[in-house]
Design a protein around this ligand. Structure first.
Ligand SMILES: [Fe+2]
Length: 216
C-alpha cells in the first residue's frame, strides 16, 4: 500500500491518495486540494481512481469533489449515511464498521460524530493507520463550536472509538495543525491533554480552555 499526501486547500488541508500496490486501485481521502498535482500523481503512478472517501461534508474537505467527479466519472463517492452534501452528489452510504474494499485493501469506516454530525474516520487495520478528518489532529481534537457539532458526541467518538484502536495506529488527520503531519495514537495520548481525560467533564473543560486561549 502507498499513501501520498497533498497539502493545500482552505487551511492547511490534507488530501491523501491511498493505493493498493497489487491492483493499482486508488482512493482519495477528502478532495480538499487543487486537483492538478493529484491528477499528475495518479497518472504518473498509473493508478485507477476507484473511490473518493469523504471524512465529513464541511466545505473545505469537499471543495474539489465535483472537479474530481467530472474527470473520473467512474469513481464512487463514499460518505456517512447522514452526509449533508449541499449539492446533488451521488454517493455510497457507509455506516459504522462497514468495510470498503480497495483492491486488496480493507478499509473500515468508523462513524465518529462530534466535530460534525456526519464525521467518519477510515481505518486500515492491516496497515495500522487511520484517516481521522477533523475528529483527531496531531495534538488535539477538532473543534465543536460550529453548527452541527456536539461535544458529547465528540467525547464518545474520541474515547470510545479512536482511543480504543491499537495504540501503534498512525493518525493521518485532515489538517496540518500539529507539530508533525502524522502521529501514533500512543504519542498523541502521551503529548496532549485532550486525550488524557478521565471523564466527559474533564474533556469539556479542556475544550473550553482551548477555545478561551484562541480568543486571547
Ligand atoms: Fe471540519
Amino acid at each position: 500500500m502507498k499513501i501520498k499526501r497533498f497539502q493545500g486547500g482552505y487551511d492547511k488541508n490534507f488530501c491523501y491518495v491511498v493505493s493498493c500496490d497489487e491492483t493499482r486501485m486508488a482512493a482519495i481521502i477528502d478532495p480538499a486540494v487543487e486537483i492538478n498535482p493529484v491528477i499528475e500523481y495518479i497518472e504518473s503512478e498509473d493508478l485507477i481512481l476507484d473511490k473518493i472517501l469523504v471524512t465529513h461534508t464541511h466545505h473545505d474537505h469537499i471543495y474539489y469533489l465535483n472537479d474530481f467527479i467530472d474527470l473520473y466519472p467512474l469513481a464512487k463517492v463514499y460518505a456517512s449515511t447522514n452526509a449533508a452534501f449541499k449539492t446533488n452528489i451521488e454517493f455510497k452510504k457507509v455506516e459504522h464498521n462497514d468495510v470498503i474494499i480497495l483492491g486488496k485493501l480493507f478499509i473500515l469506516s468508523l462513524f465518529t460524530p462530534g466535530h460534525y454530525f456526519d464525521s467518519m474516520c477510515f481505518w486500515i487495520k492491516s496497515e495500522k493507520l487511520v484517516f481521522t478528518g477533523d475528529t483527531m489532529f496531531v495534538g488535539r481534537t477538532g473543534r465543536t463550536v460550529g453548527n452541527g457539532s456536539n461535544i458529547k458526541n465528540l467525547y464518545q467518538s474520541i474515547y470510545k472509538i479512536l482511543l480504543k484502536l491499537p495504540t501503534e495506529t498512525i493518525v493521518y488527520p485532515g489538517h496540518h495543525y500539529g507539530f508533525r503531519k502524522e502521529i501514533t495514537i500512543h504519542e498523541n495520548v502521551k503529548n496532549s491533554n485532550f486525550f488524557q481525560c478521565k471523564s466527559f467533564n474533564e474533556f469539556e473543560l479542556v475544550m473550553k480552555n482551548f477555545e478561551k486561549s484562541r480568543n486571547k
